[in-house]
Design a protein around this ligand. Structure first.
Ligand code: GLU
Ligand code: MG
Length: 467
């Protein structure tokens, strides 16, 4: 179970005892260090590490970290807001011991996600994991609704031995092809073993569409754990690749043209153990609440892209006819709409029905993305927003007038447009709170400025190896 309580100075109740036992067990297993993992507003996974012997101290008093990282850009330069970006101040990082995992892909290391509080024990308003914990605990307390989520991970595998920063595919086989599976057989087998040893519940691993692209899908968990899992899956994919002299990219667009890497989010809302997306009176068995939840997602999606597709490179991916979900419409089992309704097969709908949100990539901070998606859906649910008509097939086929009549809306085509929509969406900004909302805007504007004047190839190159 995810620890949903905020950390407190001196340690969450029971954590010091737990860390004492855990530290001894880790040392006995040859674990020398612990990776404390967090993601910044720009979507970059950043870490601190501690020797295993310091775990008890970290559980009690946290590990120091500057708040300046909340306004770092992907190129490691720094922007600022009214309250963030200053070199002053300190925060404490607290590991969530319930999610501490021994890393199979990095012998000698364990890993844990962190929450951040101030030295005075206050919530840090820009902590994205704390934000997501707050969104899910509020939904449970106010509405009795809980969520399950999983984030798909797509990545491209390049040769690690090439000079420079070009992408050289590590396998040349066709999309979804057996050749790729054979050529990368040792790497992918070791990866499956590592994912299993880390308890990551891989469901599928397959060669994807783009050159040397693969995908892994994992089982659904509570949203905070799902976001943690997404980070750890990527850490593991990268670690195992490094052992095979391979280089991996989770960037939305590894090259300017063609299919990119998505990070599709699967999300379902539950009450009293029942899945709200199945067994209802609405379309495809959705309950009225599930329909309104989907409607809320669609209504906020243009603004949400500033969070779910946060990189200038995201808009090289988020194009029609690339299965990236570039239109704010929904449809059952359709791969071009932003929201795909998944019913599951006869006999398993109650367990499997969910919504898949496609305009999400792996440049997104998964805590911010899930928190904002849930807040958007709940806004629809609480205002009983009607779900528009379904749109199937590729919405790109509609001319301007047809698109208008059917309510087919193209999602932002650039980060600039996404930021504009985000600024106009007061509900979404309120859900994030002013400090995080301002950080999102400042960091996105910083990314836009960082690549101003570059052509698409250079934009792809700028973000190719950072996510
Ligand atoms: N690679 C596609 C994307 O960018 C997704 C392909 C698929 O449907 O799995 O989102
Ligand atoms: Mg895929």
């Amino acid at each position: 179970m995810t620890t949903l309580d905020d950390p407190v100075p001196g340690g969450r109740p029971g954590d010091v005892e737990r860390a004492t036992a855990l530290g001894a067990e880790l040392s006995a297993r040859g674990v020398h260090g612990i990776v404390l993992a967090y993601v910044d507003t720009a979507g970059i996974a950043r870490v601190k590490t501690i020797p295993t012997a310091r775990l008890v101290s970290a559980a009690a008093w946290g590990v120091g970290m500057s708040p300046v990282f909340d306004t770092f850009l992907a190129n490691d330069s720094i922007v600022s807001t009214d309250v963030l970006g200053s070199p002053d101040g300190d925060l404490r990082l607290y590991p969530d011991l319930a999610h501490l995992v021994v890393l199979a892909g990095q012998p000698g290391w364990a890993w844990a996600p962190v929450d951040r509080i101030t030295q005075e024990g206050e919530r840090h308003p820009a902590c994205s994991r704390t934000f997501l914990r707050r969104v899910v605990t509020d939904a449970a307390r106010r509405l009795g609704i809980t969520f399950k989520s999983a984030i798909e991970v797509e990545w491209m595998i390049g040769r690690g031995s090439t000079a420079g920063d070009d992408f050289v595919p590590a396998t040349s086989g066709p999309a979804y092809g057996a050749i790729r599976q054979v050529e990368l057989s040792d790497y992918t087998a070791e990866l499956l073993a590592a994912l299993e040893a880390e308890g990551l519940d891989a469901e599928q691993l397959h060669p994807e569409y783009a050159p040397a692209q693969f995908e892994v899908s994992v089982g659904a968990l509570d949203p905070v754990a799902a976001a943690d899992r997404s980070l750890l899956v990527r850490q593991t994919i990268r670690a195992v690749a490094a052992r095979h002299a391979l280089r991996v990219s989770f960037a939305p667009a590894v090259t300017a043209e063609g299919i990119g890497n998505g990070g599709h989010v699967h999300l379902s809302a539950w009450r009293d153990g029942a899945n709200l997306h199945a067994g209802g009176e609405g379309r495809y068995g959705m309950t009225a609440q599930a329909e309104s939840f989907a409607a809320g997602l669609l209504a906020h999606l243009p603004a949400l892209t500033a969070v779910t597709a946060p990189s200038p490179a995201s808009y090289l991916r988020l194009k029609p006819s690339q299965w990236a979900g570039a239109f704010a419409v929904w449809g059952r089992e359709t791969r071009e709409s932003a929201v795909r309704v998944i019913t599951g097969s006869t006999g398993q709908c109650g367990r499997a029905a969910n919504l898949e949100v496609k305009p999400v990539d792996l440049a997104a901070n998964p805590y911010l993305a899930l928190g904002c998606l849930i807040a958007a859906g709940l806004d629809g649910l609480e205002s009983s927003l009607p779900l528009p008509e379904e749109v199937t097939g590729d919405p790109a086929r509609f001319t301007g007038d047809e698109a208008r009549v059917r309510g087919v809306r193209r999602l932002p085509t650039s980060l600039e447009e996404a930021v504009r929509m985000f600024r106009e969406d007061e509900g979404l900004r309120a859900a994030l709170g002013p400090v995080l909302a301002d950080a999102v805007i400042a960091v996105r504007l910083g990314e836009i400025a960082a690549v101003a004047g570059l052509d698409d190839e250079l934009v792809a190159a700028a973000y190719r190896w950072v996510y």
